[in-house]
Design a binder for this molecule. Structure first.
Ligand code: ZN
Length: 101
Protein backbone atom coordinates (compact mmCIF):
# COMPACT_ATOMS: atom_id res chain seq x y z
CA UNK A 1 0.00 0.00 0.00
CA UNK A 2 1.19 3.47 -0.84
CA UNK A 3 1.72 5.79 2.12
CA UNK A 4 1.02 9.46 1.38
CA UNK A 5 2.09 12.28 3.69
CA UNK A 6 -0.56 14.97 4.01
CA UNK A 7 1.22 18.29 4.76
CA UNK A 8 -1.25 18.90 7.62
CA UNK A 9 -2.02 15.41 8.99
CA UNK A 10 1.11 13.37 8.36
CA UNK A 11 1.53 9.91 6.82
CA UNK A 12 -1.67 8.05 5.99
CA UNK A 13 -2.65 5.10 3.74
CA UNK A 14 -3.49 5.88 0.13
CA UNK A 15 -7.15 4.90 0.64
CA UNK A 16 -7.66 8.23 2.46
CA UNK A 17 -6.70 10.26 -0.62
CA UNK A 18 -8.02 11.05 -4.07
CA UNK A 19 -5.96 12.01 -7.09
CA UNK A 20 -6.80 15.45 -8.50
CA UNK A 21 -4.86 15.72 -11.75
CA UNK A 22 -1.77 17.66 -12.72
CA UNK A 23 -0.68 20.45 -10.36
CA UNK A 24 0.12 24.04 -11.19
CA UNK A 25 -2.49 24.43 -13.95
CA UNK A 26 -3.76 27.99 -13.61
CA UNK A 27 -7.14 28.99 -15.02
CA UNK A 28 -6.69 31.68 -17.68
CA UNK A 29 -7.57 35.17 -16.43
CA UNK A 30 -9.75 35.91 -19.48
CA UNK A 31 -11.00 32.71 -21.09
CA UNK A 32 -12.96 34.65 -23.73
CA UNK A 33 -9.68 35.99 -25.10
CA UNK A 34 -8.36 32.49 -25.87
CA UNK A 35 -8.59 30.63 -29.12
CA UNK A 36 -10.47 27.35 -29.16
CA UNK A 37 -7.13 25.50 -29.26
CA UNK A 38 -5.77 27.43 -26.24
CA UNK A 39 -8.97 26.72 -24.30
CA UNK A 40 -8.82 23.03 -25.24
CA UNK A 41 -5.19 22.93 -24.11
CA UNK A 42 -6.17 24.37 -20.72
CA UNK A 43 -9.06 21.92 -20.30
CA UNK A 44 -7.65 18.68 -21.65
CA UNK A 45 -3.98 18.63 -22.54
CA UNK A 46 -1.51 17.65 -19.84
CA UNK A 47 2.22 16.97 -19.82
CA UNK A 48 2.10 13.22 -18.90
CA UNK A 49 5.87 13.00 -18.26
CA UNK A 50 7.94 9.89 -17.74
CA UNK A 51 9.61 10.63 -14.41
CA UNK A 52 8.79 13.32 -11.85
CA UNK A 53 5.25 14.65 -12.13
CA UNK A 54 3.64 17.38 -9.98
CA UNK A 55 0.13 16.26 -9.00
CA UNK A 56 -2.80 17.54 -6.98
CA UNK A 57 -4.15 15.29 -4.27
CA UNK A 58 -6.96 15.71 -1.75
CA UNK A 59 -7.09 14.18 1.72
CA UNK A 60 -10.72 13.24 1.18
CA UNK A 61 -11.06 11.01 4.30
CA UNK A 62 -9.02 13.28 6.54
CA UNK A 63 -8.71 17.04 6.65
CA UNK A 64 -10.28 17.46 3.19
CA UNK A 65 -7.53 19.80 2.02
CA UNK A 66 -5.85 19.86 -1.36
CA UNK A 67 -2.08 19.60 -1.60
CA UNK A 68 0.52 18.84 -4.24
CA UNK A 69 2.86 15.88 -4.56
CA UNK A 70 5.85 15.00 -6.69
CA UNK A 71 5.49 11.44 -7.93
CA UNK A 72 7.88 9.43 -10.08
CA UNK A 73 5.63 7.95 -12.76
CA UNK A 74 8.13 5.18 -13.49
CA UNK A 75 8.44 3.79 -9.94
CA UNK A 76 5.16 5.22 -8.49
CA UNK A 77 7.32 6.59 -5.64
CA UNK A 78 5.99 9.74 -3.96
CA UNK A 79 9.06 11.95 -3.59
CA UNK A 80 7.50 14.69 -1.49
CA UNK A 81 4.27 16.52 -0.74
CA UNK A 82 3.76 20.24 -0.27
CA UNK A 83 0.92 22.64 0.42
CA UNK A 84 -1.17 24.01 -2.43
CA UNK A 85 0.08 27.45 -3.40
CA UNK A 86 3.70 26.62 -2.65
CA UNK A 87 6.11 26.38 -5.59
CA UNK A 88 7.21 23.01 -6.92
CA UNK A 89 10.30 21.88 -4.96
CA UNK A 90 13.51 21.88 -6.98
CA UNK A 91 16.09 19.11 -7.09
CA UNK A 92 13.82 16.69 -5.27
CA UNK A 93 15.06 13.14 -5.29
CA UNK A 94 13.33 10.01 -3.97
CA UNK A 95 15.98 9.52 -1.29
CA UNK A 96 15.74 13.05 0.11
CA UNK A 97 12.40 13.36 1.84
CA UNK A 98 8.73 12.58 1.68
CA UNK A 99 6.92 9.32 1.69
CA UNK A 100 6.78 6.23 -0.40
CA UNK A 101 6.00 2.61 -0.19
ZN1 ZN B 1 -4.86 15.91 5.80
Amino acid sequence: MLIITCPWCGARPETEFRYGGEAHIARPADPSALTDQEWADFLYNRTNPKGLHAERWRHIHGCGRYFNALRDTVSDFLVTTYKAGEPRPENSRPDVEGSGR
